[in-house]
Ligand binder design. Sequence first.
Ligand code: SF4
Ligand code: SF4
Length: 173
Amino acid sequence: MSIITEVIESTKAIIQGMGVTLSYIPKRKLTVQYPDEPVTMQPRYRGQHLLHVDELGREKCVACYLCAAACPSECIYIVAADDPRPPEERIGVDERYAAVYNIDYGRCIFCGYCVEACPKDAITHGYNFELSVYSRADLLKTKDDLLITKQLQSKNYRVALSHEDVDSEYKEV
Ligand code: SF4
Ligand code: SF4
């Protein structure tokens, strides 16, 4: 290929590329200016786990270890304990409860198997996605970080409504 042909082909390619770039300039911008603007989460998003309580505020987890057994990453650590007090004074809904419930988010792959395995609906995925930390050790979350009554929630998101098109993660809010 001669130099002149190369110059012509290159120029055509640049013009084609610039044409694509310029055609997008007048279009609606889809970029979300996170964290200044909230992002829209899809309803089925699997964020940081939530440990649930009943209407009396008692922890639903009965420390049966089924979630830990189902976890492929082996990142759930539970220590069971007994609470022999009357039901209305107990920490949990049953005599047996989780004195320790840790999830290591350095290992969790957000597969949801723990949620599916739980017979008490005690654990679900929440929408909290801001899990970045400066130290790997801080990725270990304890029961206080996971309990729905104590977990600090991000204010930088909203959940898409059921009638919304949730195919795009980059919806304007
Ligand atoms: S989401 Fe998956 S990897 Fe994470 S704790 Fe649950 S079972 Fe384990
Ligand atoms: S969260 Fe559910 S599956 Fe896991 S120990 Fe508690 S009750 Fe059992």
